[in-house]
Design a protein around this ligand. Structure first.
Ligand code: GLU
Length: 291
């Protein structure tokens, strides 16, 4: 599947592996790593490792250390940065927690255009909307119409959202082909959450831009997030969005996707139980049809 999908890619593309240290790496991560490193190897591209620890409540240094250990044990060495440079104690441009100014600068760009607003919608705003309309809320903005309410951004507990506007942001996925894309189908993405964390939706776009990532390889659970990411990247001044390749996910027997809570597939446990790295890599690859 992948060989045909990436046959015509130019050499020298920059792709990335971008785990969030909110738990231990599992087989799903290994499947993604096999795809990322595999495509980079056959196309002469580069792999950038990025620690996506934007969420200060959920990320833990011990998970970060464990994920670096697991990547080393499995033989996934990035082209940038050397894994050793991400060991605790040294700030790194490849770790989101250490790059506050990059997000503040991107926020200022959106602010100059009046695109950031405070939103006080809570879970109950969404459930009330559901009860009233008989379907979950979707569409542009947010259910409370906060874009026009001019709430104070300094207020505690408010989310900051970026107004993406309407229109379409379709793309040609390297595996799935032409995909239609409504950037605001899921509402305006949060830039900063109500706890004061920069969000995944925002950081991933800022980082793909500042790190020169031009090939995004990830699981298809993020398909729906792609149009908003393309639009946000344009609003931040990116002329050409990256290429996207979305691959299948490893599913549990009940069809749900694997999560870090599925301890049985935690890589560190499998390695400790004596599984060989090469066997884990090929088991993960086979599970998403790359075997
Ligand atoms: N940190 C994200 C995750 O672990 C990466 C998503 C992406 O590749 O855009 O799901």
């Amino acid at each position: 599947m992948l060989a045909a999908a990436v046959r015509d890619l130019p050499p020298g593309l920059r792709t990335r592996f971008a785990p969030a240290p909110t738990g231990y790496l599992h087989l799903g991560h290994v499947a993604n790593a096999v795809a990322v490193w595999g495509v980079a190897r056959v196309t002469g591209g580069q792999v950038i490792l990025r620690i996506e620890d934007h969420d200060r409540q959920r990320c833990r240094p011990e998970y970060e250390t464990a994920l670096l250990d697991d990547l080393e044990a499995l033989g996934f060495e990035p082209d940038e940065p050397p894994i050793g440079s991400l060991r605790p104690g040294v700030p790194s441009p490849y770790r989101q927690r250490d790059n506050e100014p990059a997000y503040a600068t991107a926020l200022a760009l959106l602010d100059e255009r009046g695109l950031v607003y405070a939103c006080d919608c809570s879970r109950s705003t969404f459930t009330t909307w559901f009860a009233r309309h008989g379907r979950p809320w979707s569409g542009s903005g947010c259910p409370g119409g906060c874009a026009t309410r001019r709430l104070a951004r300094e207020e505690s507990g408010v989310t900051w959202r970026a107004a993406l506007g309407g229109g379409s942001e379709g793309w040609t996925d390297l595996v799935l082909g032409l995909r239609p894309g409504e950037p605001s189908a899921g509402g305006d993405p949060p830039v900063r959450d109500r706890h004061g964390n920069w969000t995944y939706a925002f950081c991933v776009v800022v980082d793909d831009l500042r790190q020169g990532i031009d090939l995004v390889i990830r699981g298809e659970d993020l398909l729906d997030a792609t149009p908003a990411q393309i639009r946000l990247s344009r609003l931040l001044g990116r002329a050409e969005p990256p290429r996207f390749l979305h691959h299948p996910l490893i599913r549990r027997p009940d069809g749900r996707k694997l999560s870090k809570a599925d301890g049985a597939t935690a890589i560190r446990e499998l390695l400790q139980a004596g599984e060989a790295p090469a066997v884990l890599r090929s088991r993960a690859a086979e599970a998403i049809g790359l075997g």
